[in-house]
Write a protein that binds this ligand. Structure first.
Ligand code: NAD
Length: 502
């Protein structure tokens, strides 16, 4: 079965179809926006953004909260759209929306205080200057989104960019265009006088590329590292700054004293939820040898009860992107060929579009199942000698996005978390950070760079402007040709002396 969005050019402007990933049936047709359409969208958004930036912070806050209330009112219909386009269960789509509302609320309420002009100390050499800094919006942000969390993920950029005073042109994934359109429609309904501030352009890679070329002031990209490299190359041509939220190969460490039921439950949810198509999903588990077999048994017991499919009793849905099924199949096959043990499922579990849960153990560290993003309902539970080896192996990935530690002692868990090369770590839960809007989220290495969410996620869409105002003439003006050299030398000696003493 092929269910890649198809493009048509038969009459009028080109369109493409979004498809139900479970059946391949057409859901709707959407325009393929080309460079001219994208340029128009950026121009329209820029005009609205100028008015938006000129509003007092309280004006933006009240309007963004109106949008939040509108989205809360439309939650059922937007969740249905998300479920239809991604194939994920309705309840998962609702949770995604609830998390998003929390983030939008936080961004709207905190932007004014975090970004407003504030005084800073001016130092000995500039004691006569009043120094302030303000974080100003960049202008128009081009947001390029993925399909796996088509509301939560792009809204980490869209909501925070708008709260920081920018306009946004959003290019949703070609797998989830109607979800993107629904977000903008809710904005226009709630804030009609700023129609155009959030504009959606639809299409596949070329539309995203056109957006990166369209003179936006920053690109906020979420997707795979391979695409991030292409977008970055385009941004490099015009020195357009970029934020890259890419994939992950998240590790979970389980120590000997951990609550194994809690750990197993969280591992199964983190690995299999959304059919494993979560950037910060659980892909690798390092369990110390004493409890490894016990943990595996509990993981297998829980994962074995899951049922992929459609309908209200499905644990998770189909693979949204068909090509990913082949990646999952290759990872499982290569792991087994290299000597891995299939504790649950195996090669036969991987079918298009539904992949049954797979639990592997004893997978060699150089196997693709350990080094590449699998993005399917597959989890590897490997045994390690101790927590130190677990940390070393967890850190040995080219990805560095999220991680989790399960440990009997919260203090030891936090210490282990501090040693992990990851942008966000949960202790005794998985993905605990995703529901806390004040916490920045992002990675390094092949997981990308920059942060969404929290204060850092607001600052990401601003540029600081520094201003000094001379309050009085300095006793010795070091920046004037009129000051005699001897006075300058005495002042310099005084300041140097101060630095040597402190
Ligand atoms: P993808 O890289 O295939 O596509 C992402 C977006 O980029 C889509 O909108 C696509 O149309 C667009 N695109 C494709 N080619 C382009 C080009 N040349 N120029 C500009 N835009 C282009 O990724 P995907 O399959 O949609 O998403 C899955 C990936 O996203 C996974 O790797 C997942 O881990 C990652 N992800 C990361 C996060 C995070 O916050 N770190 C969140 C969700 C998903």
């Amino acid at each position: 079965m092929t269910h890649t969005p198809a493009t048509s050019r038969e009459a009028g402007p080109a369109t493409f179809s979004s498809l139900d990933p479970a059946t391949g049936k057409v859901l709707a047709d959407h325009p393929v926006h080309g460079p001219a359409d994208v340029a128009d969208a950026v121009g329209r958004t820029r005009r609205a953004a100028e008015r938006w930036a000129a509003l007092p912070a309280a004006g933006r806050r009240s309007r963004l909260l109106a949008w939040k209330r509108e989205l809360a009112g439309r939650l059922d219909s937007v969740a249905s759209t998300v479920a239809a386009e991604t194939g994920k269960p309705r309840t998962d789509a609702e949770l995604e929306l609830l998390l998003t509302l929390g983030h939008l609320d936080w961004a709207a309420r905190h932007a004014g205080r975090l970004l407003r002009r504030r005084r800073v100390g001016s130092g000995w050499l500039a004691a006569n200057q009043a120094a302030t800094v303000v974080h100003r919006p960049l202008g128009v942000i081009g947001v390029i989104g993925p399909w796996n969390y088509p509301v939560y993920t792009p809204m980490g950029s869209i909501g925070y960019a708008l709260a920081a005073g920018n306009g946004v042109v959003f290019k949703p994934s070609e797998y989830t265009p109607a979800t993107g359109v629904a977000l903008a429609e809710a904005f226009d309904a709630a804030v009609p006088e700023f129609t155009g501030l959030l504009t959606v352009v639809t299409g596949a890679g070329p539309t995203g590329e056109a957006l990166a070329r369209a003179g936006v002031d920053k690109v906020a990209f979420t997707g795979s590292p391979g695409t991030a490299r292409k977008v970055m190359a385009v941004c490099a041509e015009s020195l357009t700054p970029m934020l890259a939220e890419c994939g992950g190969k998240d590790a979970v460490i389980v120590t000997a004293d951990a609550d194994l039921d809690t750990a197993a439950d969280a591992i199964v949810w983190g690995a299999m939820g959304n059919a494993g198509q979560t950037c910060a999903g659980v892909e690798r588990v390092y369990a110390v040898r004493e409890i490894h077999d016990d943990l595996c048994r509990r993981v297998v017991e829980r994962a074995g009860q899951l049922r992929p499919g459609t309908g209200t009793d499905a644990s998770y849905g189909p693979m949204t992107m068909p090509s990913q099924t082949q990646v999952v199949a290759r990872h499982v096959a290569e792991a087994v060929a290299a000597g891995a043990v299939t504790a649950l499922g195996g090669g036969d579990s991987v079918a298009d579009p539904f992949v049954a849960p797979v639990v592997l153990t004893g997978v060699p560290e150089d196997s693709p199942a350990m080094t590449e993003e699998t993005f399917g309902p597959v989890v590897v539970v490997n045994a390690v000698a101790d927590a130190q080896q677990a940390v070393d192996l967890a850190n040995a990935s080219r990805y560095a996005l999220g991680a989790a530690v399960f440990c009997g002692s919260r203090r030891t868990g936090a210490r282990l978390a501090a040693r992990l090369r990851a942008g966000a770590v949960s202790v005794n839960s998985v993905l605990g950070f995703a529901a806390v809007p004040a916490l920045p989220f992002g990675g390094s290495g092949d997981s990308g760079f920059g942060r969404v969410h929290g204060a850092a996620g607001l600052l990401a869409f601003t540029a600081p402007q520094s201003v000094t105002v001379r309050r009085f003439a300095p006793p010795v003006d070091l920046t004037s040709f009129a000051t005699p050299a001897a006075r300058k030398a005495r002042a310099a000696a005084l300041v140097r002396g101060l630095h040597r003493r402190r």
